[in-house]
Design a protein around this ligand. Structure first.
Ligand code: TEU
Length: 663
């Protein structure tokens, strides 16, 4: 009702939100749309709640009167955010004020639309020299394996020199390789070997912040009023006990660190060793752009831009809203998660760097929704090629650290929204896993009996839905969450910070550990399981981080040999995907969407159907099956055997059929 209303869409630029606005009007602004969807998701009402005409008719002021504990200040903050960001988005439409979103033409053919990506977390991939840490030579040794999966492009998590407060996401030197991983010569060899195999390489670009050990930050501290002081957010504050504002780090505690000797506070949205860069400073932007271009000169094919939607902070760094902070877990995010100059800065980097080299860019954009994604990736706006959206990672009403069972029906509704409302505008970066999330299969069902079948179901979705798939190391062999026994097994800075926070809020240690166990990023960061040998053959030494003994039942070596393994299923589906463009560019049409626990769609001449739950469901007959001269020919499925049970889909059964005409 709202989204397809062309007239209203065109009026967006004249649209200002006040406390008297109706929710339906708020929903018409890109940020309003995404925020209302998120409120629906987190409160367990689903993203469609706002489409109810009665809800849409409510005024913001009425919402205020019914929501206990929400101050009027909170709604003022929301209105301001909506108006600022809507205006900011429109300023940067580069002379095309009406084209804020839709692009109606067919998707152009570009390598990254066709590619399957494979993400490597180098620290945990393969250790070639026995020091217990993965390294670049280790990746080179395993390139034939990666190529054998059938992937086209590798995304390498940070490999830059770093003190490793956040495993490389705290960069000390953008142009040096972390000594534990190798050196520039080995990096160049890796790149050459990847290109030799006709694959591509994108690297992580962490430019929202640097390490506090970066030369720029050290110089900034030496002379806070000098050139480098302006590269960061350094502030005097009132005194050494009172930070300049009330923002909190998403890893726990204040977002400000005090430097006694210099008498200044420095801003860090992440850990206190990750100092936020001041993108409002054109000199800083130029330095970053030059650095990016040097990597492009080296021949990398593009970048994954870390937390890139956080780079523009609101002028004056005003206090964050307390209610909102309580809602999302830390204060201040609304002042920078979609900041006033985000579009402008991304456009500049695109023009100065990516476009010059025809390089690919995918932004990691925590907190953003589909309308904002549409603005960031519309080719006419020349900002980013794709973004990683986060809305599917937890099902309705849950957060990552909750103990709960993920409902795949939620995922279905997310893909449905994307397919039906955004297929003409945003190309999804499809993923279930990365280094920041527990393993998806474990979130859905931890019954070992269904492990392989469920992993195959996820593989089929990932590789046949409309979008560009990203596989995370280990996902292709069906790795699951680790059986951590206590906090002494945990490594991750985020989990350690959160544990402390929970204790300080009065939670018992046992209870706090439960939270950590549900959501810790360490589940995905344990060493890759290559063989049955000790530590899964990851290292001949002692690994930097020990997961558990799962490698005895799940490893690359056994998976290669087993024709029914998850790995061989990935290979099979990717092979099919590569052989037929329908699975890349074909229209995706969802069928029988109203039937719960059942997810089915066509992609050109292919039909895919899945049972989303751990019990049998009735298989609805498809229209094509009633036509005389057309039949469905099953090509592959999550159950190795081809013995389908008539009229039923077994637990997590997922099949791909070719629609065959017999004329
Ligand atoms: O993550 C950004 C981010 O906001 C989250 O996904 C983050 O992992 C976490 O969930 C916050 O609660 C990126 C990287 O992917 C992550 O590994 C880094 O720790 C972070 O940026 C800082 O560089």
């Amino acid at each position: 009702m709202f989204r397809n209303d062309k007239k209203n869409n065109n009026n967006r630029d004249r649209h200002y939100v006040t406390i008297k606005s109706r929710l339906s009007e708020v929903y018409k602004t890109p940020v309003g749309h995404d925020l209302l969807c998120k409120i629906g998701i987190y409160s367990g009402k689903g993203s469609d709640w706002i489409k109810n005409p009665f809800v849409g008719f409510l005024r913001l002021s009425v919402v205020l009167s019914v929501l206990k504990g929400i101050s009027s200040d909170f709604l003022d903050v929301c209105c301001k955010l909506l108006n600022n960001t809507t205006a900011a988005a429109q300023v940067m439409v580069h002379g095309m004020p009406d084209k804020v979103g839709e692009i109606s033409q067919e998707e152009p053919e570009e390598w990254w639309r066709e590619a399957v990506f494979y993400q490597i977390y180098p620290r945990s991939f393969y250790d070639s020299d026995g020091d217990g840490l993965g390294d670049l030579n280790g990746i080179i040794e395993k390139l034939d394996y990666i190529e054998s999966i059938g992937v086209d492009c590798i995304w390498l998590c940070p490999i830059y020199d770093s003190p490793n407060a956040d495993n490389g996401y705290d960069v000390r030197d953008y142009e040096m390789i972390m000594a534990e991983f190798g050196n520039m010569e080995i990096f160049e060899k890796l790149l050459e070997e990847i290109h030799k195999r006709k694959m591509r390489l994108i690297v992580d670009l962490v430019v929202n912040h640097t390490s506090d050990e970066h030369e720029w930050f050290r110089k900034a501290l030496e002379d806070p009023d000098g050139e480098f002081g302006k590269f960061y957010f350094l502030r005097k504050g009132t005194d050494e006990k009172t930070p300049p504002n009330n923002w909190e780090s998403c890893f726990g505690g204040s977002a400000w660190n005090y430097y006694k000797e210099q008498g200044v506070w420095a801003l860090h949205v992440f850990s206190k060793k990750q100092m936020d860069l001041n993108w409002d400073n054109p000199k800083l932007r130029m330095k970053i752009e030059d650095m990016i271009n040097r990597w492009l000169d080296k021949g990398v094919d593009g970048f994954r831009l870390d937390a890139v939607n956080l780079i523009s902070k609101e002028d004056g760094l005003p206090d964050g809203n307390v209610d909102l902070g309580n809602f999302i877990g830390y204060r201040g995010a609304e002042k920078y998660f979609y900041g006033p100059h985000l579009h402008e800065y991304l456009h500049e980097v695109c023009k100065e760097c990516f476009e010059k080299y025809n390089a690919f860019s995918v932004g990691e954009t925590p907190g953003l929704g589909l309308e904002m994604s549409k603005l960031l990736t519309n080719p006419l706006r020349r900002e980013l090629n794709m973004v990683f959206n986060f809305d599917h990672l937890e099902s309705d009403g849950h957060l990552r650290f909750d103990t709960y069972k993920y409902d795949l029906n939620w995922y279905k509704s997310y893909i449905k929204d994307w397919t039906e409302n955004y297929s003409g505008s945003v190309r999804p970066a499809l993923y279930f896993e990365n280094h920041d999330n527990p393993r998806m299969v474990s979130k859905i069902c931890d019954d070992e009996h269904y492990r392989v079948i469920l992993c195959k179901l996820l593989a089929l979705l990932l590789l046949t839905e409309r979008g560009t798939p990203f596989i995370y190391q280990g996902e292709e062999i069906g790795m699951v969450n680790k059986k951590f026994k206590g906090m002494s097994d945990i490594e991750d800075v985020e989990s350690l910070g959160l544990f402390e926070k929970k204790l300080s809020e009065g939670m018992k240690a046992e209870e706090a550990f439960k939270h950590i166990l549900a959501g810790t990023r360490d589940h995905a960061r344990s060493p890759m399981q290559w063989t049955k040998e000790p530590y899964g053959g990851f290292t001949t030494g002692k690994p930097w981080f020990i997961g558990d003994n799962d490698y005895e039942v799940c490893n690359v070596e056994d998976s290669q040999a087993d024709p029914n393994s998850v790995l061989n299923f990935y290979r099979e589906v990717i092979k099919l995907r590569r052989s037929d463009r329908d699975l890349t560019y074909g229209k995706m049409v969802i069928m029988n969407a109203h039937i719960p626990n059942y997810f089915a769609y066509t992609r050109g001449k292919y039909f895919i159907e899945c049972n989303l739950v751990d019990r049998n469901i009735i298989r609805p007959e498809q229209k094509v099956e009633r036509k005389k001269r057309v039949r469905l020919e099953r090509i592959l499925g999550s159950y190795g055997d081809m013995n389908m049970v008539q009229g039923l889909l077994r637990p997590y059964e997922a099949n791909l059929y070719r629609i065959v005409s017999e004329e």
